[in-house]
Unconditional design. Structure first.
Length: 461
């Protein structure tokens, strides 16, 4: 049995059974048999109806789903409610985009050899989808990895994070309640050994992973030949701040982007490079705002920053901050653990370039601010790490904004907004060590299909 506990006080929420390799194999056999029998495939109009019904059920259980996500994941109630609303919208987006899974006509007659032919492509489900998910958005990530597969017509098996399985289990149950036939969406709560079957087996056609880079790249190396994949890892999101930036707009954005979900977001604001003429002012104002954030029990409506997912993460963040301060970083606020599970929102000024907080993803409530006098050098430092995901720039000069967008190595650059901005219909994913493939509801759906070309030869053409 797996004990699911609250990350705030480690109190027991629920005990749920785990499965072994034999049960994972059974789930895989079920999914594969469904896909191999085309008579069992779910027509597009039925998939649309199922997802619309699922969204309606989710709406009717908004408070229940919010409570579950907040309890197990540690994200404050107000933010968990936003996550659930996004998840509902994601289901609706998936239903709407089923009609956009289409092919195109391929020109014929362009050479003598291609005369008398008509060519066009269609898109088919890719096959069995295997999804391994992360803890930090326990409902919305599952929507992106599971509902997209259902929408594309693929049977899907999902392994949620063992710290946050309850939201996943709830969504799978809702899909079944909405009319999804048995076997088309299966949740398996298991350890890594059992889960590895979902990666290595040749019956898996598409592998979706959200989590650490070390695990993701290792699992990719184990994929069977021909298995497509999408890997979403983390980053150390950089921000470039020019001297003309609007503090009134920028500071609330940096505060939210840096401390939302205690910094446990793959695109959290982490490294803020600020023109030297405004750097101290910005850093001190940000620190003052961060010091006023309410940290505590995620189930308290007043809480703005909740716990880290596990006590060992508090230990790690504490060690990294101490290392940076001992090496010369100026501690402007925070820098201390509040408890075994909570850490103070922390702002560091000019930590060393080789400190862990400067070179690795913090995944905690810590923002680093660095002064620069040469924007080109700041961009060079911002790009110097192996991870490249989302970034941002603050300036009122359009030419500078466009120049920074062009030069930052990132999959997305926000202008006058924080690095963690996301809506669920936009492309989302890392490049280089930060991942491979592109998420976003309709983008994932497209990836979970494959083209088939038909060429018709006829004497009447």
């Amino acid at each position: 049995m797996l004990k699911v506990t609250s990350p705030y006080d480690l109190s027991l929420i629920k005990e749920i059974p785990t499965v072994d390799k034999a049960e994972v194999e059974k789930a895989l056999a079920t999914a594969y048999a469904l896909f191999q029998d085309q008579s069992k495939w779910i027509p597009a109009h039925e998939r649309m109806a199922i997802l619309h019904r699922a969204a309606a059920i989710m709406e009717s259980r908004l408070d229940e789903l919010t409570k579950t996500a907040a309890q197990e994941g540690g994200k404050p109630l107000v933010d968990s409610k936003v996550e659930v609303l996004r998840a509902i919208n994601g289901v609706q987006i998936a239903a709407e985009h089923i009609g956009q899974l289409k092919g195109e006509q391929i020109p014929m007659g362009l050479t003598k050899a291609s005369e008398g032919r008509l060519g066009f492509t269609t898109r088919e489900p890719i096959g069995v989808v295997s999804s391994v998910s992360a803890f930090n958005h326990p409902l919305n990530l599952i929507v992106h990895q599971v509902v997209t597969a259902v929408a594309a017509g693929c049977p899907v098996i999902v392994k949620p994070a063992t710290t946050t399985p309850l939201s996943c289990i709830a969504l799978v149950a809702i899909l079944k309640e909405a009319g999804l036939p048995d076997g088309w969406c299966q949740a398996v709560v298991c350890g890594r050994d059992a889960a590895e079957i979902l990666v290595t087996d040749k019956r898996v056609n598409y592998f979706s992973f959200i989590g650490s880079a070390d695990v993701g790249w290792y699992l990719k190396s184990k994929l069977a030949p021909g298995t497509r994949c999408a890997l979403e890892h983390g980053g150390a999101a950089p921000v470039i701040v020019e001297e003309d930036a609007d503090f009134n707009e920028m500071l609330p954005a940096l505060l939210k982007g840096g401390f939302y979900h205690a910094g446990q977001v793959c695109v959290s604001v982490q490294r803020v490079f600020v023109h030297k003429n405004i750097c101290n002012d910005l850093a001190n104002q940000l620190a003052e705002m961060a010091s006023k954030l309410v940290v505590g029990n995620q189930m308290d409506s007043a809480t703005e920053v909740g716990p880290l997912i596990l006590p060992k993460e508090v230990d790690r963040v504490e060690a990294w901050v101490n290392e940076a301060v001992n090496a010369g970083a100026e501690l402007l606020c925070g820098g201390k653990r509040i408890s075994d599970t909570c850490y103070e929102p922390t702002v560091l000024l000019n930590p060393p370039a080789d400190a862990k907080v400067s070179t690795l993803e913090i995944f905690g409530p810590v923002v680093c601010v660095y002064a620069y006098d040469d924007r080109e050098k700041a961009i060079e430092i911002a790009n110097s790490l192996d991870v490249h995901f989302q970034a941002s720039v603050f300036t009122k000069n359009l030419d500078i904004a466009l120049d920074v967008v062009k030069k930052l190595n990132a999959t997305a650059v926000m202008v006058n907004d924080h690095t963690a901005f996301r809506v669920d219909w936009m492309p989302f994913g890392g490049r280089d060590a930060s991942g491979i493939g592109m998420g976003g509801i309709q983008y994932s759906m497209h990836e979970m299909t494959r083209e088939k070309l038909m060429v018709i030869k006829s004497s009447v053409l």
